[in-house]
Write a protein that binds this ligand. Sequence first.
Ligand code: KG4
Ligand code: ZN
Length: 333
Amino acid sequence: MLILGIESSCDETAAAVVKDGREVLSNIINTQIEIHKKFGGVVPEVASRRHIETIDAVIDEALEKANVTFDDIDAIAVTYGPGLVGALLIGVSAAKALAFALKKPLIPVHHIKGHIMANFVAHKDLKPPFVCLVASGGHSHIVNVSDYNKLEIMGRTRDDAAGEAFDKIARVLGLGYPGGPLIDKLAKEGNKNAVEFPRVRMDKNSLDFSFSGVKTAVINYLHKLEQNGEEYNKADIAASFQNAVTDVLCEHTIEAAIIKNSKIIALAGGVASNSALREKMTNEAKKHGIDVIYPSPILCTDNAVMIACAGYYGYLDGDFADMTLNAVPSLQL
Ligand code: KG4
Ligand code: ZN
């Protein structure tokens, strides 16, 4: 079965053709990072306009690279939330138009579910159940994946997403946008124990996250040094901040896996590319006999392969949408 996946929830216009949910025939991503860089973050209206300009060409390229035509496609899967409403609408409208014109089924996909499903593409033998940490620019969720279409949230952020904290701290350190990869790189030159930033636990029985505290702690720490005219080492700050965030992500996720007696932890979302997170999670989980898996970085950040994969499992469950499908910016999992 060939699924055409379409993704436009934030600043990547993406289309992909995936065979039987796991075999990537094409993966086209048109990123807008260069456009939004000068504003220090994604400008929603600019993102929507850019999606309109590029989506047709991105879809055509996905078919071309896969060496297929619209006739060969069995269904169209599209992200309909969560995300920026104007951005989502472009992908949803394109998918609806194609499904209508080609008389093919339309499959609605939740963006976070897509991120999780990237692991099925990256690991051909992977089967549920497993526990997944989804950490991106907009979300930080611990999800128990008991079956392909059965997801249970075990923990979530009460305020900022992990990626959002990375982006903010990178900005105050003057590193640029997006901040995650820049902090990851700089942290390699720093001492992760230079400053003890807070590791927040909402309450003993909750696996929820809160990253606004560590973000404020770093900002206050830097302000104080600046006011006193003291020098600081950016690499030490980046490493110490990253150490605090990854400690919490690892602790809560491993606890979730232990609760579910899961022998696999999967990582997903942009922050899953973080080298310190991957290393720490792998080492800490090993102590409990738990294996850690993750997709390659290109399948961690936004892409349409993950949407086509989720679409395949949605198709098998008969989860179809009609022409009333709309973008849902704060869609719940
Ligand atoms: O999944 P994604 O592409 O978009 C959302 O759905 O939000 O994630 C983007 C986020 C950004 O906040 C970016 O800074 C972060 O993922 N990110 C990283 C790394 N690579 C991307 N964060 C930490 N370390 C990285 N290596
Ligand atoms: Zn995403």
